[in-house]
Design a protein around this ligand. Structure first.
Ligand SMILES: Cc1ncc(COP(=O)(O)O)c(C=O)c1O
Length: 388
């Protein structure tokens, strides 16, 4: 039995002060609900920034972790491993032909780092083009392609080129001898802005003409938008794709997927990771991938997303400016202080996260059902009223 302790005072005292804290201590989760240290229940409408796609304590994931924990936690990739091979097999079944070569990482930012290195290795070119308001992580290279200056300052590197998201002509005039353009098919942190199919198809053509590679950062979008991968809405395939958040339902994992042609140009030894592809994360990941692949799963996400978006759009409130989204990746744009609405929702027993300064982001577990969506929407409506 663990002794009771005061988590806030220890974390506040001993951690570098990097995060705006939410004031509650989460100790347990079950399905689409969290429980705090006092036993209070919260509806999870954010799955911890998009990771707990199967909800909390999902039996398939728990069994996989428990089983693997009794067998082997780590196996460096200079050795083969059965759990890793099973994960790879399950992921390959979801990926299109010709886009199935992967390497492992432990986070989204790391998967992006690898993607940028591979683009440079495969093209022999240096410059990477990215989009304004993009979010690709906080490591140095990922930061350089992240379009929000609040994340970059004071680490901004020289020589990065950014174009407005959605602006095909800007991309065309800027592409030049770039190695790649990196973007999210649907921008998440920026406030959930979907790239129009014509935009993504146009970028594909620009890349083909210029010899640049198209990199989709699907760290947040994978499995969530009503198709398995965000790029499937446009049909414009990437050369490189990054995956992470949903892959192991909360255990750290990242994957960089590349085309056969890109894979052939990456020298052995040019990248690696001690923990990458560890059997524990892979075992959890295989459970997730197997569940996501069940017929009807993606359709469920699309249907629940439609319900969430249409229910939010029915709310009439002067401060609700817009509702945007695809599948279960949804933003409600607030006139005024979105933080106050978020805080009121927490007081009322539902957790959401911010996006793009003025928006509230809904990234619920993908197993959410209609009554829980209705509960969340009612709490949001009440919070709007409470926050004025
Ligand atoms: C699209 C996208 N790329 C990369 C990242 C960075 O992932 P991580 O925080 O795991 O490094 C995020 C995180 O929110 C993201 O949304």
């Amino acid at each position: 039995m663990q002794r009771d302790l005061d988590a806030p005072s220890i974390e506040n005292h001993d951690e570098i002060d990097l995060y705006a804290r939410r004031g509650i201590t989460l100790v347990r989760g079950e399905g689409v609900y969290f429980f705090d240290a006092g036993g209070r229940r919260y509806l999870d409408l954010m799955s911890n920034y998009g990771v707990a796609v199967l909800g909390h304590a999902h039996p398939a994931v728990t069994d996989a972790i428990q089983g693997q924990a009794t067998r082997l936690l780590s196996a460096h990739q200079s050795f083969y491993n059965d759990a890793r091979a099973r994960f790879i097999e399950a992921l390959e079944r979801l990926l299109p032909d010709g886009l199935r070569k992967i390497s492992f990482a432990n986070s989204g930012g790391e998967a992006v780092e690898a993607a940028l290195k591979y683009a440079r290795a495969a093209t022999g070119r240096e410059r990477i083009l990215s989009t304004a308001r993009a979010y690709h992580g906080r490591t140095f290279s990922a930061l350089s392609e992240t379009g929000d200056p609040t994340h970059q300052t004071p680490f901004a590197p020289a020589g990065c080129r950014q174009v407005p998201y959605g602006d095909l002509e800007a991309a065309r005039s800027c592409i030049g001898d770039a190695a790649a353009i990196i973007l999210e098919p649907i921008q998440g942190e920026a406030g959930v802005h979907a790239g129009a199919p014509e935009y993504l198809q146009g970028l594909r053509r620009i890349c083909d003409e210029s010899g640049a590679l198209l990199i989709y950062d699907e760290v947040q979008t994978a499995f969530r938008t009503g198709t398995l991968f965000g790029f499937q809405h446009s049909g414009a395939r990437p050369d490189i794709m990054t995956l992470s958040k949903p892959l192991a339902n909360g255990l750290p994992i990242g994957v960089t997927v590349v085309s056969d042609a890109v894979a052939a140009a990456i020298p052995r030894g040019s990248h690696g990771s001690t923990f990458g592809g560890n059997p524990l994360a892979c075992a959890a990941g295989q459970a997730v991938l197997t569940t996501v692949a069940v017929p009807g799963f993606v359709e469920h996400v699309a249907a629940m997303g439609d319900l969430l978006i249409s229910s939010l759009r029915r709310i009439k409130h002067a401060r609700l400016r817009a509702v945007r989204g695809m599948g279960l990746m949804v933003a409600a744009e607030i006139d005024g202080d979105a933080g106050a609405v978020m805080a009121a929702m927490q007081d009322l027993g539902a957790l959401v996260i911010p996006a793009g300064g003025s928006s509230i982001r809904f990234l619920p577990p993908l197993i959410i059902q209609a009554p829980e969506i209705e509960e969340g929407v009612a709490i949001f409506e009440e919070a709007l009223r409470m926050a004025g």
